[in-house]
Design a protein around this ligand. Structure first.
Ligand code: GAP
Length: 545
């Protein structure tokens, strides 16, 4: 685990040093779990998303694209169930005030001793006192650890004073403990909606709330809360928590304008927002992230075949840009894990430093979404197939609500995956023959931020001019090239190794005489002398290999 943690730390550090990812609003102390994609991160993210778009939309006749607004009609979220059900169960530790997700909390076994592990001795003393005051028991203190509690039943803990065989006090607990301290002293669960709420238009919800409170002083706390909630809800809009819903809402417009025939898909990529309580593992789970989703509409009954098709297609797509395809797999959801709208689902997983975890979900969503939006909006969200017999009437022409297969991927999560996959440390010899460590990001050339770096060996004798002219030619050919003259050539190679530039081209003193340059391969470090006139073609071919 130590080793794994080190890899994440190294990636976080390199990402900052080299301009992939910065903490959001860093000069103001940073905003928790919000990140900015820097000069290289934005290129990498766009390359991933463009490759996805190419493979999902441009290379398929039966998929069309959409770029919907982030703020949609609030009824969309009512119909989709996000307003009522898109929530996490939250719990507070009554002692440390730590807030966490109940469904992610550690579950001790019956018979386990519950040791409350504090940050230091001082905190242990404070918590010991707080527990004594609130629960009338004095836990034993051993350095920063408080002992004396044991799980005696699934939802009961006992306090065992001074090694006694029987508990002197018994408490109820929810069956889990707080993740940081291991505390069983917890509040009831509260549902917390994950959607970010805002207001649209010139509404003054605060004024209305003030009036309501003023006029209803007799109400109790819950009634007051309900009244305020209603005022806020009446003018509320939400930042979308997934890109998916717009594709259901625009099903008819996309199908009709493009004359799409089932089976067909609508694809969209872009930002989604979730007020995540447990943000974790750097950009793995953040509050603002990017998704790449596709809703694929199929004939009822054919969903299993298409689910398998998209599961395999998506797994292979992720693997095709990786150094270690064996680190990707898929896992079928158990029946009790399925969302209420799904009849089957696979997670495409990656082996992160903390273990296999989700990268993309491929869900069979039945006809749930189109039916719900049809019900709430009154629109006829169905499809008519003239060539098919209606199974109920036996007559030609079948109107039905299509079933949906949804491959839903995280673009920012995918970026993290490819950073982990690319990170390599190698022992190499430096110019003097000494052993040294080389950090190289073996990003797939299609994903690498710069495809080629053009390096004049020295900053004079006309070499920079030749280099700049070559950069221009690369740019004209649509290949992102970078001019770089800072520091010695060895340092420049290392810098480009660290950002994953697949090729470096050096212009040296002989270039003017022999019209040749040296091309260096990032992964093998082999160098080759090639004609300057052939450079772009050679790089193009290498990138397309
Ligand atoms: N429309 C279905 C849907 O949104 P999801 O499993 O909640 O399904 C799909 O999200 C993908 O979006 C996930 O597999 C993950 O890659 C990414 N994702 C979800 N929540 C995220 C978060 N808080 N931070 C980063 N990526 C996230």
């Amino acid at each position: 685990m130590n080793q794994d943690k080190k890899i994440m730390d190294k990636i976080i550090s390199l990402s900052k040093q080299r301009g992939f990812i910065f903490q959001s609003s860093e000069i103001y102390g940073g905003l928790k779990s919000a990140y900015d994609y820097g000069p290289l991160g934005v290129e990498l993210k766009r390359n991933i998303m463009n490759e996805w778009w190419r493979s999902m939309v441009h290379e398929r006749e039966n998929v069309t694209g959409l770029d919907a607004s982030i703020i949609m009609h609030p009824k969309v979220w009512e119909a989709s169930g996000h307003l009522a059900g898109f929530s996490d169960p939250l719990v507070d530790c009554l002692i440390s005030k730590e807030r966490f997700r109940a469904d992610k909390a550690p579950i001790p076994n019956i018979g386990d001793e519950l040791n409350i592990t504090c940050a230091d001795k001082g905190q242990a003393k404070d918590y010991q006192k707080a527990i004594q005051k609130r629960f009338n028991i004095e836990l034993n203190r051993n350095g920063k650890i408080l002992t004396g509690l044991k799980v005696i039943e699934k939802n009961k803990i006992g306090f065992f004073n001074n090694e006694s065989q029987n508990p002197t006090e018994v408490f109820n607990f929810p069956g889990y403990v707080s993740p940081t301290f291991g505390s069983p002293f917890l509040s009831n669960e509260k549902q917390f909606n994950l959607m970010f709420r805002s207001q649209i238009g010139a509404v003054d919800a605060l004024g209305d709330i003030a009036n309501f409170v003023n006029e209803n002083k007799h109400l109790d706390k819950d009634e007051m809360k309900q009244g305020i909630e209603k005022i806020v809800k009446d003018s509320a809009v939400y930042l979308r928590p997934e890109t998916a819903q717009a594709m259901f809402v625009q099903f008819l417009n996309c199908q009709q304008t493009m004359s799409m025939k089932v089976p067909f898909g609508i694809a969209q990529m872009g930002k989604s927002f979730r007020n995540e309580i447990t943000t974790e593992h750097y950009i793995f789970r953040s509050c603002e992230f990017e998704q790449m989703e596709m809703e694929f509409f199929v004939e009822p009954g054919s969903q299993k075949k298409w689910l398998d098709y998209w599961r395999d297609a998506r797994l292979h797509w992720w693997q095709s840009f990786a150094n270690y395809p064996e680190n990707f797999n898929y896992r079928e959801h158990d029946k009790n894990e399925l969302a209420h709208y799904a009849d089957a689902c696979y997670d495409i997983e990656y082996k992160y430093p903390w273990g296999f975890d989700e990268l993309e979900g491929v869900a069979s969503r039945t006809d749930y979404d189109l039916k719900k939006h049809a019900e709430h909006s009154g629109a006829k969200l169905s499809y008519f197939d003239q060539q098919k017999e209606d199974p109920d009437t036996g007559k030609m022409g079948w109107r039905y609500t299509p079933y949906v297969i949804e491959p839903a991927a995280g673009a920012t999560r995918g970026l993290l995956v490819y950073l982990i996959d690319a990170y390599h440390e190698e022992n190499v010899k430096d110019a003097k023959g000494n052993d040294t460590k080389r950090v190289v990001m073996k990003l797939h050339p299609k994903l690498a931020p710069f495809k080629v770096a053009i390096l004049p060996l020295i900053k004079k004798d006309g070499l920079p001019e030749i280099a700049r002219s070559l950069v221009k030619d690369f740019m004209k050919s649509g290949i992102n090239a970078r001019y770089d003259e800072q520091h010695a050539i060895g340092k420049r190679y290392r810098r480009h190794d660290e950002v994953g530039t697949p090729y470096c081209i050096t212009i040296d003193g002989e270039t003017k005489d022999d019209n040749c340059v040296t091309i260096r391969d990032r992964d093998t470090m082999l160098q080759e002398r090639i004609s300057i006139a052939d450079t772009i073609e050679i790089v193009k071919n290498k990138l397309n290999q």
